[in-house]
Unconditional design. Structure first.
Length: 667
């Protein structure tokens, strides 16, 4: 079966994941049969799809017609045979119990079309074992969506022992057609990639507390603010359900051995039915207490290294067992778990030899199997890291950085094409928030684009469709920002980086889609022109946090919209729609969301076709005149005199007289 042959998707299970997957499939244009064992369950799932589509339309993520068409593609069933009648792909999303899933497949094989492909949304159970219940193990694989499927980009596509390459290619293509990013998991291994990293990390956090080496607050503070993870380990366990992680860990223990023995602290919570938010109490109290109130100043370096070492060992286990390579692991965990960087990169940055030393010391002290460093971790440490070492400097694809090249960064996509240097913030899993690493890379990219004569304009945008940039990555910066001196330096660091954009001799366009908040709005403010999608939300919310804009926002915003409007935007900390800020003079143009990429590129290319010498002196004169009108006029006069002796002037006048289009060369 080819992707073009897939017209109808049957989703078995209408719970949170099931109805979410059904909605994603319907939005992608597939006819969907949503089935569950009771009418009430199916009806509730359908109602949730209708509500979600309505919210997407309300927020201008999709049009009203698109929402209505997607809902029309969904049919509900209780009768299994009827739901499978037209199925090209069957997505099983029933409870995470092997016996239940096997019972479902016993029935499914009786009624599914002979050519249909089966996929399971299991988060950890054996793909091979499930496939062997069916009559088509070669056309069976894992397709693990993340919750909520409508918002989460990642889909793990997992091979069972018998799965054919054609099946994996088909399901990867299906995921991409649904707007998702598939990550190939080459071997059926408990936890696959994301849970193989997260669940042992949760277990180690529990062991640290169980052993009395640190408090729960210290561990979560370290994970969240020392490592920059989106949640503390205990906070995450409460969010997803302590029992969910525990059952995955049980399966790992049974399959992979003693290193994955669940910590007694987890067992106690499950036996006491203290499962997290869903029961009102877990590691934190959500009914009678304040919930997860994690201090930002309780980071412990020993705990940080211990968590990193255990995580690095799991990465090594996956790579060494040929489950996935380092780039795939990093991509999966950043997209699926919201890590600021992938676990392989975090471990490399810390230094694998140091992490091996941590594990060896813990293993010698405790004798516990979970601290036994894998052979591959030792090999990678000797080889310079999971990513093969190197000096980490950004280089272009061919080492030159000229037109048509892609510059190599971790947090940015930078491509030079048609005289436009396109800088895309590539952290969609973190709403394109701005980390310290991103500031460094952005500064380097601007320097290189500014020095490249082939680049005549710069275009800024954010990856994904949710945010241009939602601001500073507060979590990754919090530990340093807690010290006033460090905070001052962080502010100056951002000011210098954004100042490079403003000072660039080349026109800079910001194409804003989705959230443009805080530091993200300060970045857009450093551009010369701003075009925004209708669905964008912009604002400076720092005062709501007890902060103030620290990357030039107090200065640049007032120059663009006037002091009164700037004070309104900053003091109220409100979010504004794009049309309002167009009226304020901040946004130059507002376009429909599906036209933004094209319009941003079009505007940048039109500026790139302009006279670079005249553009350079125009910007310099405007900037000089901000603080000294006489100085501005002097720069203007000098620039005017300089362009009088350029080939560009001759080209422009000749084209004007001949009613043609000038081709400026910057000479």
């Amino acid at each position: 079966m080819q992707l073009d042959d897939v017209q109808h998707v049957t989703v078995l299970g209408a719970g949170n994941m099931g109805h979410g997957i059904a909605e994603v499939a319907a939005l992608a244009g597939y006819d969907v049969s949503l089935r569950d064992i009771e009418e009430a369950l199916v009806r509730d799932g359908y109602d949730q799809i209708e509500w979600s589509l309505g919210k997407l339309a309300e927020r201008d993520r999709i049009g009203d017609d698109e929402a209505e068409a997607a809902l029309d593609r969904v049919q509900t069933f209780v009768d299994l045979e009827a739901s499978l009648a037209d199925a090209d792909v069957v997505v099983e999303v029933v409870p995470e119990k092997m016996a239940i899933k096997k019972d479902v497949y016993d029935e499914v094989v009786e009624h599914a079309p002979a050519e249909a492909v089966f996929v399971t949304n299991t988060s950890s159970l054996s793909i091979t074992e499930l496939s062997e219940v069916t009559d088509r193990p070669e056309r069976f694989c894992g397709m693990h969506f993340f919750n909520p499927p409508v918002r989460m980009d990642l889909v793990e596509v997992i091979s069972g022992k018998h799965t054919s390459e054609d099946t994996l290619d088909l399901i990867e293509g299906l995921a991409e057609s649904m707007g998702k990013t598939p990550v190939r998991v080459r071997k059926d291994s408990p936890g696959f990639v994301v849970n193989r990293i997260l669940v042992p990390l949760m277990n180690e956090a529990a062991w640290i507390v169980e052993s009395g080496d640190a408090t729960m607050e210290t561990v979560d503070s370290t994970a969240k603010f020392g490592m920059g993870l989106p949640m503390g380990s205990f906070e995450l366990a409460d969010q997803v359900g302590v029992d969910v992680g525990y059952h995955v860990l049980e399966y790992m223990h049974e399959t992979l051995g003693e290193a994955y023995r669940p910590c007694p602290l987890l067992v106690e919570k499950v036996e006491a039915d203290e499962l997290g938010k869903k029961t009102g109490k877990g590691f934190y109290d959500y009914e009678d207490g304040d919930g997860a109130r994690i201090p930002s100043d309780a980071v412990d370096e020993d705990v940080r290294r211990r968590l990193l070492a255990v995580m690095a060992n799991e990465v090594a286990g996956l790579i060494g067992d040929d489950v996935a390579d380092a780039p795939a692991i990093d991509r999966a965990v950043t997209l699926g778990a919201g890590f600021p960087d992938g676990p392989a990169t975090l471990a490399d940055d810390e230094g694998l030899p140091a992490l091996v030393d941590v594990l060896d010391a813990l293993h010698e002290e405790t004798g516990e199997a979970r601290y036994e460093a894998t052979d591959y971790l030792r090999e990678a440490a000797e080889a310079g890291g999971f990513h093969g070492g190197g000096d980490g400097d950004a280089e272009s694809a061919d080492g030159e950085g000229g037109a048509g090249d892609a510059l190599d960064y971790d947090a940015l996509n930078v491509v030079v094409e048609d005289r436009v240097g396109h800088v895309e913030i590539d952290r969609p899993h973190r709403m394109n928030t701005i980390s310290g690493e991103l500031l460094d890379e952005l500064g380097d990219a601007i320097d290189r684009l500014d020095a490249d004569d082939e680049v005549r304009a710069i275009l800024l945008s954010g990856a994904g469709d949710r945010a241009f940039s939602a601001g500073a990555d507060v979590q990754s910066m919090a530990a340093g920002g807690a010290d006033p001196i460090d905070a001052v330096e962080l502010s100056r660091r951002g000011q210098r980086t954004f100042g490079k954009l403003e000072e660039s001799d080349k026109p800079v366009v910001a194409a804003i889609d989705g959230y443009c908040l805080g530091g993200g709005m300060e970045l857009a403010t450093a551009a010369d022109m701003r075009v925004a999608s209708e669905r964008s939300e912009l604002g400076q919310p720092e005062h709501d946090l007890g902060l103030l804009p620290g990357w030039g926002g107090t200065q640049r915003l007032a120059r663009i919209v006037g002091e009164g409007r700037a004070k309104e935007i900053i003091f109220t900390a409100e979010r504004y729609d794009a049309e309002t800020l167009e009226g304020y003079g901040f946004v130059n143009e507002v376009v429909p969301g599906d036209e933004l990429d094209e319009r941003g590129r079009e505007l940048a290319e039109s500026l790139a076709a302009g006279p670079p010498i005249a553009q350079k002196y125009t910007k310099r004169a405007m900037h000089a005149g901000r603080t000294d009108a006489e100085a501005g006029l002097e720069v203007e006069a000098m620039g005017f005199g300089h362009v009088m002796n350029t080939d560009d002037l001759v080209e422009g006048v000749t084209a004007f007289m001949g009613d043609g289009e000038p081709e400026f060369e910057g000479k």
